[in-house]
Design a protein. Structure first.
Length: 242
């Protein structure tokens, strides 16, 4: 017990010494309080969430090392699981990893708040901005379906299938079942490309045509099929392929 208290005292002493010898601009919490969050780097923002580093590496350096490993792209970190983060980085346990990923998820949902129940999906750009927050960071392909009413409001958003890094299977019967169940006036099909290359594949073209024929057969228009990437999108409607 005495040994544990002694070690704790030593750790607290090191922390006080570090704080005394570190300028305000190098301490993320104090820097945020004085200058605001916009003054902080991504590493410093993560450092506030994590709270502490490990022996021999302060929390800002730890977070910067993590970012460096993923090309300073938070979108790439978002693809990791909390167990991956905890296993790969000393000083980031499962609890801290969960905190980091939770913060990224809050950011993603914040982006989605651009749209409310009165939003109308009138063109491919609006559809892309609506879909991008929850599709752009996936490390595997997913197919989503937007069910629209006659005024182009979103009645429902459904995950149809989830697959591998380069493909997923779209079943037009399941897609139609969702559309009919939700009494959709029209639908928009969407899937992501983890490669960030928005150009459609032969399989994408084939899926579009299968779904288009099925929709035509039951009188529910397929308004668009959109390929969602982090920085771009492809619209079959805009390209005149529907």
């Amino acid at each position: 017990m005495e040994k544990e208290l002694d070690l704790q005292g030593q750790e607290e002493a090191r922390s006080r010494a570090l704080k005394q010898n570190t300028s305000l601009d190098d301490r993320p919490r104090e820097k945020a309080m004085k200058y605001g969050f916009s003054s902080l780097s991504p590493a410093e923002l993560f450092a506030i969430i994590i709270g502490s580093g490990s022996r021999g590496e302060n929390v800002v350096d730890l977070c910067q090392r993590l970012l460096n490993d993923y090309d300073n792209k938070i979108s790439k970190i978002a693809r990791l699981s909390y167990t991956d983060l905890a296993a790969m980085y000393r000083g980031v346990g499962e609890v801290k990893a969960l905190q980091m990923l939770a913060a990224i998820e809050i950011s993603r949902r914040f982006q989605g708040e651009e749209f409310d129940d009165d939003t109308r999906i009138l063109d491919a750009n609006i559809a892309y901005r609506y879909l991008r927050p929850f599709m752009m960071d996936k490390d595997h392909e997913e197919i989503w379906l937007l069910m629209l009413d006659s005024a182009k409001h979103v009645k429902a958003r459904v995950l149809v299938s989830s697959g591998g890094t380069s493909a997923t299977i779209g079943d037009e019967k399941i897609i139609l079942k969702h559309a009919i169940t939700h009494l959709a006036s029209s639908i928009i099909l969407a899937h992501n490309h983890p490669s960030n290359n928005s150009r459609p594949s032969i399989q994408d073209d084939a899926l579009t045509q299968r779904v288009k024929r099925a929709c035509d057969a039951v009188g529910i228009p397929l308004d668009d099929h959109i390929i969602v990437c982090r920085s771009s999108y492809y619209s079959y409607q805009v390209e005149g392929k529907i």
